[in-house]
Design a protein around this ligand. Structure first.
Ligand code: FA5
Ligand code: MG
Length: 347
């Protein structure tokens, strides 16, 4: 072969390389084409074998011609590589695109339970009237839960407040009334009268129904001073009822019995469901009992170290769950304890 023929052979190699490169659409195929033309076993390295056929003048021309084609192919490969890399990047960006306009996921935030709201509202009302808030014990002694409340062992009224016993002497309290005795014992009456409320959880062996739960909430109230009367109690409860329910719902006081108060009264509010006609919520009576109260029994004062000849007091125990039911027209007390978000989120 002379140099002319070699040149036209090299032109063919270049033309074939260009054609091959046109068909490359993926980076991974580009490498293969590169190796096949520019590698050790490629047609350009092979063209060196024509060197021996050429004259001394023509020899340098062969190197130049091979270099020219090699550079031309290399340029095309590099340009294609840049192009394919850009294309790959664009595709990846498109594929992994993040749509920042999509609405985010909402985090559910918790809030206080409706019973906590009710108890705080009632606390606020009494704190405004100068009452202190006292905390009691959910696990109580028989002594404070019953005996100090004038319910000695074997007293028949214990039947109405059966409970969960931990030992013979330690139990889950059946009402918040033991806080009365504990607070009276601790109070220094030389510094003035005692006015306290005590909200908390109580427990009873009651059968669950629309208005009864074996675990519920009470708010105890106690005022002990030298001149407090039943009229003060009635005025206080009137205010409470109006604050809680407004003027349109009827309340009634009904004579009752508690061993720790004399006289004793229970307060009912007209049923929200039937308006007094009688229904399953109020068990046909038209009324829902919200609290028990009365004048503190002289013996209860005496047991707590308060002289009943000098002092008298009134006390009440509000059923907080019943207040929530009446205020928000909750038909079944069990809703308060089942943690159904559809229920809880309404408050
Ligand atoms: C008492 O527990 C007395 N300690 C209240 C008291 C305090 C009277 C101070 C006098 C002086 P009673 O058992 O009636 O009373 O309960 C008081 C209130 O708790 C009831 O009016 C009612 O609203 C609520 N209650 C009673 N049992 C349940 C129950 N199982 N589930 C939900 N609420 C209840
Ligand atoms: Mg009662």
């Amino acid at each position: 072969m002379d140099i002319k023929e070699i040149n036209s052979h090299l032109d063919l190699v270049l033309a074939k390389a260009e054609k091959d490169l046109e068909e490359v659409t993926e980076l991974k195929d580009l490498q293969a084409v590169k190796v096949s033309y520019l590698g050790k076993k490629g047609p350009l390295k092979a063209a060196m074998k024509y060197m021996k056929d050429l004259s001394n003048e023509e020899k340098p021309l062969l190197g130049q011609a091979i270099n020219k084609v090699q550079e031309a192919i290399n340029e095309k490969i590099e340009a294609l590589q840049v192009h394919l890399e850009e294309k790959a990047l664009e595709e990846a960006l498109e594929k992994d695109a993040l749509d920042v306009t999509l609405p985010g996921r909402k985090h559910a935030t918790g809030h206080r339970h409706v019973l906590v709201h009710i108890m705080e509202d009632i606390e606020d009302l009494f704190v405004e009237m100068g009452y202190q808030v006292v905390e009691g014990y959910e696990i109580e002694s028989d002594h404070y839960n019953f005996e100090m409340m004038n319910l000695p062992k074997n007293h028949p009224a214990r039947d109405m407040q059966d409970t969960f016993y931990i030992t013979d002497e330690v139990l889950l309290r059946t009402h918040t009334s033991p806080v009365q005795a504990r607070t009276m014992e601790a109070h220094d009456f030389s510094k003035g009268p005692l006015k306290m409320i005590s909200p908390g959880r109580v427990f009873r062996r009651d059968d669950d129904d629309a208005t009864h739960s074996h675990q519920f909430h009470q708010i105890e109230g106690l005022v002990v001073s030298k001149d407090v009367t039943l009229a003060d109690l009635k005025g206080t409860l009137d205010l409470l009822a109006k604050e809680l329910f407004g003027y349109d719902r009827a309340t009634r006081l009904r004579p009752s019995y508690f061993p720790f108060t004399e006289p004793s009264v229970e307060v009912d509010v007209s049923c929200f469901k039937c308006g007094g006609e009688g229904c399953h919520v109020c068990k046909g009576t038209g009324w829902i009992e919200i609290l028990g109260c009365g004048m503190v029994h002289p013996h209860v004062l005496e047991m707590a170290g308060v002289d009943p000849k000098e002092y008298q007091g009134f006390a009440f125990g509000i059923g907080a769950d019943r207040i929530a039911m009446l205020k928000y027209e909750i038909e079944d007390i069990r809703h308060l304890y089942q943690n159904d978000q559809r229920f809880l989120n309404q408050f």
